[in-house]
Ligand binder design. Sequence first.
Ligand code: DC
Length: 232
Amino acid sequence: MSAQKNVPGGAVVCRVAIDGPAGAGKSTVAKAVAARLAIEYIDTGAMYRAVGLKLLAEGIGTGPADAERRARMLAETEIDFTDGRVYLDGRDVSGDIRTDEISRMASACSALPAVREKLVALQRAMGERKSVLMDGRDIGSNVFPNAEFKFFLTAAPRERARRRFLELQKKDARISFERVLADIEQRDYDDSHRALHPLVRADGAHEIDSTDMCADEVTELVLGIIRGGPLA
Ligand code: DC
């Protein structure tokens, strides 16, 4: 890697931020890039999903009426992301968080200041002393505004919906494409219009439109930029 940062204790860390809307292929590319760089991958969306899962399980809503119960619950909640798995209060919930209902709940709870405050603090701590690649919505703009490398990965909404549809169809053959597209458009709108740290292209981020690219091509493009190749 061509740019790194010295941290107290003599270690050298590099933070890579990959942000973008749902279904742009962030996690596939992020996992592959992190593996090739031999640094840790952290899926911050999974952390919001884990909070959404707990809210649902405890019957706590995202409206003002439940603010106190939410605050109590958050204070007692432990979220961790290690070795590609997300843990909620010590339990691996990586499989349980990949449903449509949890997608909507994660998006709704990610607009709440108390939730963002808690998860952003955890994410910053994770990237404090070791090199990490994080994907999400606000990594380059808010979590690590000084990240050594920032990317904003997009794709046309219909293409993102097509990818998500193929994925979801494996679990539920009755799923409709129009429904998946409508969900993606709603989440795009909500994630980019919330008051706190909305989805934006961070200053200095390399924008990549993956509509007509496969994951391997995007991975190579990202690695080329990180390694200071001709596209940097
Ligand atoms: O990437 P994902 O679809 O798993 O993310 C789920 C939700 O979490 C998404 O709708 C917005 C929210 N999120 C966020 O607000 N900030 C992040 N850094 C990551 C995800």
